[in-house]
Design a protein around this ligand. Sequence first.
Ligand code: ARG
Length: 483
Amino acid sequence: MSVPTTRPASTHEPGKLWGGRFARPSATALEDLSRSPADNFRMVRYDAIGSKAHAGELVRAGILTESERTTIESALDDIVARHEAGDLRQTSSDEDVHGYLERLLVAELGDLGGKLRAGRSRNDQTANELRLYLRDASAQLAVEVVALIEALIRRAEETGAVPAPGFTHLQPAQPITFGHQLLAHAAALSRDVERLRHAWRSSALSPLGGAALAGNPLSRDPLEAAREQGFEGLSVNSIDGVSSRDHVADFLFAAAMTATDVSRLAEELCLWASAQFGWIGLDDAWSTGSSIMPQKKNPDVAELARGKGARLIANLTGMLSVLKGLPFAYNRDLGEDKHFAFDSADTLDLVLPAMTGMVETLTVRAETMAAQATAGFTLATELADWLAEQGVPFSEAHDVAGRAVQYCEHHGLVLEQLTLDDAIAIDERLTQSALERLSVQSALARRSGPGGTAPANVAAQVERIRRSVAESLNGFVRLEPTA
Ligand code: ARG
């Protein structure tokens, strides 16, 4: 067994922020495991934002001069620009984005570049920059969800009077309009915009100054540092600040719920595009072919969107699995946070514009849809409602209408074809006025209460959805920071 010997701290590779207490180099397998995945280096811009704010703290602590701060800031800006232009790349000696930036800063500025590390830890750095990233990602995704909502609204305004069969249990239920079905999806998605706004607020407090776990003794005005980065305040507790990730889970839930809502729309688009439904046609630019069956035109956008939903749900459960049972301070397990956050953000960023394009360009086969609106006796409830209005208990009215359906099935009729003689044979209380109820237009128009499918309701629903979306979007405003 060799006796540890001292060695100068500078013998470890630049890009690795520790090593002085180690006598022997790290094992390669450890370095391979410990090195941040390549896509973590997208955090360069956010690390630079936090680093500039931290430089301000070091000026206030008397460790840097104002002019040194300015020098560091412009070097950081330059590094970010060159990194994002692809002119700089991390090497295998860069353990993570923090080591990478310090290596570049030292290469640029010499000893001054090494001064920036005072008082901070990668623990508060990484916690800080992921919050900055999540704020940008949730705002960006909210805008993309709104684009899909707007596409649905435009199509709903065109089809707000086009009758279609409405389903429960995927069985014909009652007539609705196609526009009403589209607005149902828009309403659900409007809540996802609000969820993304909530996720944005969850990342509103800066943990910078928490350092490794106990706080930064050099910190003089951390609220000012938080304000410079666009945060609304400071974490309450340094341990919580560096080691909580519930804001990541909030983001992942908002993203997973959005993907789930998108997936339900996707599933319906697949059904509607089938030959059996025949309700919609897909634009060539937004559908795919088969390598063997020349006739195929497939709704791949919708299928892919539905499939990606599984990943977003997995990312949420993955993050929760990391957190559950972790001692409440920094642990390396927490580094998985970025994998889940990036994957959910990147995946939705692919899905949302494609779904918007598909919805914007599909053709609606109004006649096919309208011809199916009464298939499966979807007007039966109208008959029961008419009887109830005449004072017949609904339990009995339901039975009479059920017998009318049976009568039609027996005679090969649909409800709208019943004559007055047929009606009286079913139940003597039925009159011509009951038969007049057996029309799609009447069924639609009667459902004019708030949220009902009456064509006259489209404008009010659109108004409410747009108002809710606008309120959520207005919520993405930076407030004046308070401790
Ligand atoms: N940037 C890395 C991450 O977020 C490392 C952060 C802290 N690392 C550490 N050894 N304390 O996963």
